[in-house]
Design a protein around this ligand. Structure first.
Ligand SMILES: Nc1ncnc2c1ncn2[C@@H]1O[C@H](COP(=O)(O)OP(=O)(O)OP(=O)(O)O)[C@@H](O)[C@H]1O
Ligand SMILES: [Mg+2]
Length: 248
């Protein structure tokens, strides 16, 4: 009965003629929580674009057995123009309409829906603030509200834990754990150490995809896939993280 939401079969893709991903196989089930890790330029964001149908495939196919699932997407912050003059409320509202309409006209019910979403995220007091004046965590929350406003079946988050502090990260993970009771989550992150406790399985993306049906991954395996690792110790338990990535 647990039918996949999406099946990637031997998917190869890239930009112009430059291949980025080759022969990627992946099944995404409704209760999945997949952590996607891998080095800079390995193709993690490109994988998200494949799932969203934003990029043509060179070969292979993406199948949606139950029809295309409603999908919420939190883009990587480096791909967002923070100087764009748009408020928190407008960003969240834009999630209600398909396509890239940043200023949709909302009816009363939809406005209520946006209010409720902002309330849930503890962002009500910031609703008319321009996104350029938010902290990293507040911007991520705004983007998450936008991704969630349509009650997606599949939530794709591209590095939601960049530019945020530890408190925000813990809040975020608690929230995601709750959300995972209702939707599949694909969480792209450069930090296997912090996401490891909340994810259920791991996909290592570096030109292709290696799937690990567990939330533990050994250093040796990461090395084989060319994911540079550091072992760092926070408190009593040493854990692994991917080496510093040069984000912004
Ligand atoms: N719009 C684009 N046009 C041309 N090349 C692109 C485009 N977007 C990404 N690329 C290239 O495709 C490769 C994979 O990029 P992608 O953004 O998927 O990597 P990533 O794993 O998400 O990296 P990061 O950890 O830095 O976010 C890189 O070599 C990148 O330069
Ligand atoms: Mg990326």
């Amino acid at each position: 009965m647990n039918k996949p939401l999406a099946i990637l079969e031997e998917v190869s893709t890239g930009y112009l003629s430059e291949p980025v991903l080759s022969k990627v196989d992946l099944k995404v089930y409704p209760d999945d929580f997949i952590g996607v890790i891998g080095p800079n330029g390995g193709g993690k964001t490109t994988l998200a674009k494949v799932m969203l149908g934003l990029i043509p495939l060179f070969s292979g196919k993406v199948v949606f057995p139950g029809g295309r699932p409603k999908t919420g997407y939190l883009p990587q912050v480096s791909q967002i123009d923070k100087s764009f003059p748009i408020t928190v409320r407008e960003v969240v509202s834009s999630g209600l309409k398909a396509g890239n309409n940043w200023f949709p006209h909302l009816n009363k019910n939809q406005r209520k829906q946006v209010d409720a979403m902002l309330e849930e995220a503890g962002m009500s007091s910031l609703s008319s603030r321009p996104i350029g004046e938010l902290s990293g965590g507040q911007l991520q929350k705004t983007l998450l509200c936008r991704a969630l406003i349509n009650h997606p079946q599949l939530l794709i988050l591209d590095e939601p834990n960049t530019f945020v502090d530890k408190n925000f990260e813990e809040d975020l993970y608690r929230w995601l754990k709750e959300l995972n009771k209702k939707m599949a989550i694909i969480l792209i992150s450069h930090d296997i150490g912090t996401i490891s406790p909340i994810i259920k399985t791991i996909a290592c993306v570096n030109g292709t995809l290696h799937y690990h049906p567990s939330n533990q991954i050994s250093e040796e395996i990461l090395k084989v896939y060319n994911c540079p690792v550091d072992i760092i110790a926070h408190g009593p338990v040493p854990h692994r993280v991917l080496k510093e990535h040069g984000h912004e």
